[in-house]
Design a protein around this ligand. Structure first.
Ligand SMILES: [Zn+2]
Length: 322
């Protein structure tokens, strides 16, 4: 895939999509047959350089526009941060997936885009946000707090065999708000899938398309009463769940994660995770590394260096009463 392909993908998306009822650029909404009222939204390129699933968005748009996919009710597709995607950067001025707080003036490109997108998020009942990771990953995975039926929906959608979850206690990053969090804060369902490492990838595009098609079909079946979520979940592959047990910040500008750590890398309790010579960081428990973050040379370390996930048998039991 090249820059020309990117321009062509964005142009085909715009070409096949009906005008957004909210006037939002790169938002496509398809009404469906009217057998369900609930509004389903699927998000892509919330981070600009996560381009790999864009072909899936365009394929879905084409099939929804042509009637090859006939949903029972409204289905929306949103290309989140096209400006960043065109520059192949995670974001232009501010992380689009952190600015849904609406607690200050919209003084960045991403905050203005958030204002633009807000009426759509205020309208949806179910939101699947499709991402790619910034660093290598051994697997695709889910990431969301353990709420309601999200675990069952994840299983039905089938986008990933692994899941990172946590007790439901507010924001992913304190003082910041992601798109899916914004939807959950409204009492609706929102979940995120990381399909693989960022960049063009035919397998990820295909798996994303298949997962979204399964979601549309399952959402129709559950919302129209043709099937129920429990039955559909039981027919789908189980997910191996991990709990976020530690979120490791950079305590000083010298605190770093050692080189070459990827998502889902196994670590033993006490294992040294910092580079030689720097302040020591050790794994608090045996588990897996998630969202490892590295600064560019000369830059200070990111506020959060990594998360530690530990396997749990049954999130529903682990988080019961929470
Ligand atoms: Zn992302």
């Amino acid at each position: 895939m090249s820059e020309t392909d990117l321009a062509e993908l964005l142009a085909s998306f715009e070409r096949v999509c009906p005008p957004s009822p909210f006037g939002i650029p790169y938002h496509a909404q398809f009404a469906g047959s009217g057998r369900r009222k609930e509004h389903l939204l699927i998000g892509f390129i919330t981070h600009g350089n996560e381009r790999g699933t864009l072909p899936a968005a365009v394929r879905l748009a084409k099939e929804l526009a042509s009637g090859a996919i006939k949903p029972a009710g409204p289905v929306s597709l949103l290309l989140g941060n096209v400006a960043a995607c065109e520059r192949d950067v995670r974001f232009v001025e501010e992380d689009f997936n952190r600015v849904f707080t609406f607690d200050r003036p919209a003084d960045s490109l991403e905050r203005r885009r958030a204002e633009e997108v807000r009426p759509l998020l205020d309208d949806v009942d179910f939101f699947l946000d499709i991402h790619q990771t910034q660093t290598p990953t051994e697997s695709s995975f889910w990431t969301f707090p353990w709420i309601d039926d999200l675990g069952k929906w994840a299983r039905v959608i089938g986008a990933a065999p692994l899941g990172l979850t946590r007790k439901n206690q507010g924001a992913f990053s304190v003082g910041r708000c992601c798109l899916d969090e914004y939807v959950r804060a409204r009492g609706k369902l929102g979940l995120t899938a990381e399909m693989g490492e960022k960049g063009w990838d035919e397998t990820q595009a295909e798996e994303t398309y298949q997962s979204c098609a399964r979601l549309i079909s399952a959402y129709d079946a559950v919302m129209t009463g043709a099937s129920d979520l429990d039955s559909l979940a039981c027919e789908s592959n189980e997910i191996e769940w991990f709990e976020t047990r530690d979120v490791v910040p950079a305590e000083s500008s010298d605190h770093r994660l050692r080189e070459g750590v990827g998502n889902w890398q196994s670590v033993r309790e006490g294992e040294l995770l910092s580079p030689p010579g720097g302040p020591e960081i050790r794994a608090k428990e045996s588990g897996r590394i998630l969202f490892p973050k590295y600064a560019k040379p000369g830059d200070p370390p990111p506020p959060e260096l990594f998360r530690l996930g530990v396997a749990i048998d049954d999130p529903a039991r682990t988080f019961s009463g929470g």
